[in-house]
Design a protein around this ligand. Structure first.
Ligand code: SF4
Length: 96
């Protein structure tokens, strides 16, 4: 296992531990609210932008940020890590 993979695995373990503790303490984790989680991994830029804002009050923001730095997709700790950061350009080329 490379250093990066090991650091990623460690960060995910820490995040999972923090998530379990928060859930056991009845803390609200925004991405775990039933019916809302899909926005964090949505293909739609606007959904992910809303998800990123919704992360703000999360009690495990720091642990999520540490784990998310290794992730190539989705919203982690208010940061959209998806490859398409910008809202798609809706203009279309007009062919005649
Ligand atoms: S900070 Fe992480 S765990 Fe918290 S709501 Fe955002 S994505 Fe979910």
């Amino acid at each position: 296992m490379t250093d990066r993979n090991e650091a990623h695995a460690d960060a995910l373990d820490t995040l999972h531990g923090a998530l379990s503790a928060a859930v056991n303490a009845n803390q609200r984790i925004p991405c775990r609210v039933p019916g809302h989680g899909a926005a964090w991994t949505s293909d739609a830029y606007d959904d992910r932008a809303e998800a990123a804002e919704a992360c703000a009050p999360c009690p495990i923001l720091d642990q999520c940020r540490d784990a998310g730095q290794f992730e190539p997709w989705g919203v982690w700790a208010g940061i959209d890590r998806s490859p398409t950061k910008r809202k798609p350009d809706n203009r279309q080329e007009i062919s005649q």
